[in-house]
Ligand binder design. Structure first.
Ligand code: CA
Length: 250
């Protein structure tokens, strides 16, 4: 069922693949075959024999907030300790967008649907060929590069809630009407709370580098944004002026 010759790469062997893959599988034979196949493709592979080990690898190695130390997780469903579905659900709940390929001995439609419902990106039923596995992994990693920016469903700061996928902002229970530039400014501030932005950086980020104009444009938009967001725009609590530098949120 897991034949060695099917592990040969279907693609050109001289193109090395890049990507860090975590393989979570409790069956030694399958885990070893999967690791070997992915390493043969040039991926950096780490393996875990159960859900708890996987979690400690995911979280202990976490280099910075919002980014896991892996680009892809190959995840068995039936695992000792923490099972694959719960692990998948947890990662998605925490907002991690890392692609997840589920491996399962169960082939029923219900399991497949359940796996995709908790946020897996793809699903392979055992037995599978290594060629198929590699093709799926490669597709997931490619897709991930296209939309690598994880989009949280809500950004929260004090009384402000910003919903990036809907471009909506609620402040103290009221929905704001913002111009696109005001919205982008606020989204940028809320993505990096307390970070100080110079006027030039804000121009680059929000207006784009082609913008011809001066940094007073920023001040004008900040004033408009304060009028909408602040309780008392003359005493801002949110969008703070940092003298000699620029602006920051909070
Ligand atoms: Ca298993």
């Amino acid at each position: 069922m897991f034949s060695i010759d099917s592990m040969k790469s279907p693609s050109m062997p001289d193109i090395g693949q890049t990507g860090r893959v975590l393989v979570v599988e409790d069956e030694d034979l399958i885990r070893d075959m999967v690791v070997l196949a992915l390493e043969g493709e040039g991926y950096a592979v780490t393996s875990a024999i159960d859900g708890r080990t996987a979690m400690s690898l995911l979280y202990e190695l976490e280099p910075r907030a919002g980014e896991l130390p892996f680009d892809l997780i190959v995840l068995d469903l039936m695992l000792p300790q923490v099972n694959g579905l719960d692990l998948c659900r947890l990662l998605r709940h925490q907002g991690y967008a890392v692609p997840i390929l589920i491996l399962s001995a169960k082939g029923s439609e219900t399991d497949r649907v359940l796996g995709l419902e908790v946020g897996a990106d793809d699903y392979l039923t055992k037995p599978f060929s290594m060629r198929e596995l590699i093709a799926r992994c490669r597709a997931l990693l490619r897709r991930q590069r296209l939309n690598y920016l994880p989009q949280p469903s809500v950004l929260q700061f004090g009384d402000i809630s910003l919903y990036p996928q809907e471009c909506r902002v609620i402040v103290r229970g009221e929905e704001l009407t913002l111009s696109p530039k005001e919205y982008r400014l606020l989204e940028l501030f809320m993505s990096y709370p307390r970070r100080v932005w110079s006027r030039d950086q804000l121009l680059d980020q929000v207006w784009g580098q082609d913008f011809i104009g001066d940094s007073k444009t920023v001040d004008v938009h900040i004033r408009w944004l304060r009028e909408k967001v602040e309780r008392d725009p003359s005493q801002p609590e949110y969008i703070i002026t940092v003298r000699g530098f620029g602006y920051r949120l909070g």
